[in-house]
Design a protein around this ligand. Sequence first.
Ligand code: SF4
Ligand code: SF4
Length: 330
Amino acid sequence: MFLLSNCTECGDCLSKCVYIEIDGEEAKKEFRNLIDGKPSPVISQCVSCMACDEICLEKANPFSLIVKRQEEQNEIDRFGKAKQMMEDAYTIPSKIEKRGEGGPVIGLCIYTGTPDLFEGVLFENATFFMGGEYFCGIGFYHIGAESPVKEKARAIVEGVTRVGAKDVVFYHDDCYTFFKVTAPEFGLEVPFRPISWPEFLYRRMKDLKGRIRPIHRKVAYQRPCASRYTPEKDHYVDEIFHLIGAEKPSRSYEGVTALCCGGAVVPRDWELADRIKHQNLHDASEAGAEIMVTLCPMCFASLKKRAAQHNLKILPLSQLCRVALEEVKI
Ligand code: SF4
Ligand code: SF4
């Protein structure tokens, strides 16, 4: 939610955006236009990376204002195919798979992952739930709409609550962010503790410390857009790296300046999306990384094909952990 009372109209959210070319004074003017609900090129140029919510030191949540204006301007009509895919996701059949007693309860969103992704000691006795009943819909923000997320929010919270766990691990960073930040912002009570994927993996790897064989590799981390809202969990990624002997090389695009994986940009501008992907992978490779590790399944899918062109192996974070547990070879 945009917090007008926090906003000093400094324009930093726009002037520091890496996807929109706009200088300081122009940025202030365009942000004022957004506040006033006047036409602004920002409405169509914003690629929905969500970075400006983290750039804004006043915590005014400027991206929420941009999405609001995009929705008012029916930007979503530009993304017919993506809109249909998002709507269809709510109808994906839901299921719960229980492997044993006492293991973690893990929400897979609408993903089932690659066949071996959730195998091995990390997932012993886990219960998985997945499908449209649990789909948070945060991806609608990437196509200029907030209201579908809000309309379905109560049903989604109730759906996950029915799974019946006190602690729920979320594989997709969007889902973790939805239950940790978005649903409470909508005034909904979340009666279970959402646990991020990095926290879950870190705690499991710590329990399994005696089985870890340090990997001694340079690994770049692809930080997903939803982490702009939940940066408090980032330290778990660093702690996993420390546990498994991975070195994070210093990159130009890191933390607040992290580049988007390009996935959200594809429906808007395919060429721009491709440029962002190459810029991102090139930066990781130049920094000396041999592997790029992803937290979000969308980032993995988006960067997978092009990683090899930059001599990078790309792995989901859980697979990197499984490499250190000698369950997976690279
Ligand atoms: S939202 Fe934040 S960064 Fe943007 S103009 Fe307001 S205070 Fe500045
Ligand atoms: S969401 Fe990303 S692209 Fe859009 S204005 Fe904010 S920083 Fe720029």
